[in-house]
Design a protein. Structure first.
Length: 132
């Protein structure tokens, strides 16, 4: 298994990996329902991720939800910067903020993985690569 997910996976795949890994450690029903929805693409909002992160019982789940929150914020910033660019505005600051969110997101993924009790890391990695 790779220890450097930030170079092997996209940011979204790394977050998916963290969420999949956290499913093995988290017992909170609301968190598990959120994870199922996030993985299926039903709700990837920062608001939903932030809500479950606050109530997660495991460190792994808390960090995975935080990573998902940061990914959603980075995606929103990326969309905003594209709109600003299309309008002819200087969106450099927006791109810098989006880049920082992605960096913070990968740090949260690393923390989630550090706290995970993963029984099949290669299986989770394969699923994250294939599905996201």
């Amino acid at each position: 298994m790779t220890t450097d997910l930030g170079t092997k996976l996209s940011v979204a795949q790394a977050v998916a990996y963290a969420v999949l890994a956290a499913q093995e450690t988290e017992s909170d029903k609301a968190w598990k329902d959120w994870a199922k929805g996030w993985l299926s693409g039903d709700d990837r909002s920062a608001k939903a991720a932030k809500a479950v992160a606050a109530n997660a019982r495991s460190e792994c789940a808390r960090h995975a939800a935080r990573a998902a929150e940061l990914l959603a914020e980075a995606t929103d910033l990326q969309t905003d910067s594209a709109l600003l660019s299309a309008e002819g505005r200087n969106a450099r600051w927006q791109l810098d903020a989006e880049g920082q969110k992605e960096t913070d997101c990968l740090a949260a993924v690393a923390e989630a993985i550090r706290h995970a009790e993963i029984s099949d890391p290669d299986g989770i990695l394969a699923r994250a690569e294939a599905d996201f």
